[in-house]
Design a binder for this molecule. Structure first.
Ligand code: NAI
Length: 285
């Protein structure tokens, strides 16, 4: 019996790249898949049904169950319709992987409002639109669930030329940490994923063209972690952030240093004292 037998799973943006690998891997474990993809290009322009249809066909020809959905994650209506597609086809939704994404990279000084708005709309608002519909369905159904939201080291650590994308991905992480707390009493487990893999999103980055790198950074290397998180093997876990890529899986965490507490003068520091105590305020290198 597969690890996800009987579970109904939505993977947004699963017509290609990392999402396609998630959908194939989870269908192989017995999950019933909604393959959502708007079918546009890397920068979010255009639409089409071919990408989602091809992955549905791949799953079906391997003996699995899948239906396609072509809605954009970036509207409330789209998010609700993606969840409705799962309920209409398979009666419920157990796992939602928010993976859809676009890129419009520019350094801040050249980043126009359209580039900001479109990236925030797909990644941050899109994660809200789909998560909220999925969360409410899981809450009302009362059987728990899993929501895995795709962030990025660009948002968690920063990356040159990606202030729109980094802001959206940091927002996704912040939102997910709050959702995880809210989901606890309903058995809804929430996770943050920071993947690295070769896809159309990263194919022109320096170093990603090398043949050995292509194998090393295959998008399929990210999906076993997602399959694990979606399964009952991880039933006691929630609210964790994982880096995953190139065969490496590692937890990531926001940390606060022990710091220094001023006890005299009502806790009011002088700027000079802040300077003097900086060694104890900063985290160790
Ligand atoms: P990709 O471009 O191959 O896949 C993204 C998919 O999302 C595409 O199939 C696209 O059609 C779909 N999509 C875009 N806008 C959509 C919308 N509004 N509604 C529904 N579907 C939409 O890129 P990749 O690399 O597979 O990215 C998957 C996720 O992983 C993204 O969220 C990305 O930001 C994230 N990520 C990827 C990294 C990498 O190294 N490839 C690094 C860090 C994060």
């Amino acid at each position: 019996m597969g690890l996800l037998e009987g579970k109904v799973i939505v993977v947004t943006g699963s017509g290609g790249g990392i999402g396609r690998e998630h959908a194939l891997a989870m269908a192989k474990e017995g999950g019933k898949l909604v393959v959502n993809d708007l079918g546009g290009s890397r920068d979010g322009s255009g639409t089409g049904s071919a990408m989602a249809d091809a992955v549905v066909e791949e799953i079906k020809s391997a003996g699995g169950e899948a239906v396609a959905n072509y809605d954009s994650v970036a509207s409330v209506e789209g998010g609700e319709n993606i969840v409705k597609t799962a309920i209409d086809a398979f009666g419920q939704l157990d796992v939602c992987v928010n993976n859809a994404g676009i890129l419009r990279d520019k350094t801040l000084s050249k980043l126009d409002e359209g580039m900001w708005d479109s990236v925030i709309a797909v990644h941050l608002k899109g994660t809200y639109c789909v998560s909220r519909a999925a969360f409410n369905h899981m809450k009302e159904r009362g059987g728990g669930g899993v929501i895995i939201n795709t962030s990025s080291t660009s948002g968690l650590n920063g990356n040159f030329g990606q202030s729109n994308y980094g802001a959206a991905k940091a927002g996704v992480a912040g939102m997910t940490r709050c959702m995880a707390l809210e989901g606890q009493k309903y058995g809804i487990r929430c996770f943050i994923l920071a993947p690295v893999a070769l896809s159309r999103m990263t194919e022109d980055l320096p170093g990603f063209q090398d043949d050995s790198f292509k194998t090393k950074m295959s998008p399929g290397l990210v999906s076993p972690l997602v399959t694990f998180l979606a399964s009952d093997l991880a039933k006691d876990m929630t609210n964790k952030t994982f880096f995953c890529g190139g065969g490496r899986i590692a937890e990531m965490k926001m940390v606060t240093a022990a710091g220094v507490t001023k006890t005299d003068n009502g806790g009011l520091w002088t700027p000079q004292e802040v300077a003097e105590k900086m060694g104890g305020i900063l985290l160790p290198e």
